[in-house]
Design a protein around this ligand. Structure first.
Ligand code: DHB
Ligand code: FE
Length: 282
């Protein structure tokens, strides 16, 4: 992906997230049944009408909202905004029929086509990559406890400053991203660093709204994963870190207690943690 912005600002990450969304196949497949469209859009509009009446929304507020909506589109921030403020509810609905490891939101920063790495794997990183080293091990199993050989863990994460490669021009493509394959026993071993908390860019329209409402723009530090194996339902999830800042007040409301890691200090400045994934049949 090419990014022309000079710094990892909202303008950079927001519009790059729109490019990534357009390039992805993850958004195809919604039906076009008019009854369904009507039911969803009618309720959405009714919800907006209720807010207008309950809060006695004024014309200046209505026009300010229009102006802001235009800016979100122009800044390419719809994927960013929707993934922060709406996706968790969609995931909650999907989770009603999902067994195995808990899922959570995908977010706007997934990029397919990363380097395929046999286990043990080191995520591609700069020679001077900052951050506490983390050795992340575990197994991928099915719901009957059988190990899944050659399962895939598509991993992506922010760096020690909270930036994602592909969305921040100072980072090399593919940095801290990789598709790790389990061995014959379903085991994986991933060498990486602990990411920093992520801040929604504060200089774009989403950030402006967060500031205007006096909210905070932070997500707790997290690893992203798509865990898949042939014949099994792919899990989209994230893993967080015990004691991490913002864990109890994630702006994206996407944490779950089952998804919190507690890495052990190895006594030499590095950390290690074991976590197993369970996939249900497709
Ligand atoms: C957003 C960013 C993330 O890193 C994430 O995991 C979820 C949402 C966002 O800015 O929309
Ligand atoms: Fe993220």
């Amino acid at each position: 992906m090419t990014t022309t912005q000079e710094s990892p600002t909202a303008a950079g990450s927001g519009s790059s997230a729109t490019e990534a969304f357009r390039a992805s196949t993850l958004h195809s497949g919604a039906g076009t049944d008019p009854a369904r469209v009507s039911a969803i859009v009618s309720k959405l509009l009714a919800g907006i009408h209720d807010v207008v009446r309950d809060e006695s929304v004024t014309y200046p507020e209505f026009q300010a909202a229009k102006q802001w909506l235009i800016e979100v589109g122009e800044g390419g921030e719809w994927p960013l905004f929707l993934d922060v403020f709406v996706e968790h509810a969609v995931e909650e609905v999907a989770a009603r029929t999902q067994d195995g490891t808990k899922g959570t939101i995908l977010g706007p920063y997934y990029l397919p086509g990363q380097a395929r790495l046999a286990t043990p794997a080191t995520l591609p990183q700069r020679p001077d990559e900052k951050g506490v080293p983390l050795v992340f091990t575990g197994h991928v199993r099915d719901t009957d406890g059988r190990p899944l050989a050659h399962a895939e863990l598509d991993v992506w994460q922010a760096d020690e400053q909270g930036y994602y490669s592909g969305f921040a021009p100072h980072l090399p493509d593919g940095n801290l991203r990789g598709l790790v394959v389990t061995d014959a026993e379903g085991r994986f071993e991933i060498h990486t660093i602990q990411p920093a908390p992520y801040q929604v860019p504060t200089d774009g329209p989403t950030g402006k709204l967060i500031t205007a409402a006096d909210w905070h723009p932070w997500r707790p530090a997290h690893l992203h994963l798509l865990v898949s194996a042939p014949g099994h339902r792919t899990i989209t999830t994230q893993l967080y870190f015990k004691g991490g800042q913002w864990l109890d007040s994630d702006v994206a409301d996407a944490t779950k207690p089952e998804l919190v890691l507690n890495p052990a200090d190895q006594g030499d400045g590095t950390t290690a943690v074991d976590y197993d994934f369970v996939l249900e049949p497709a």
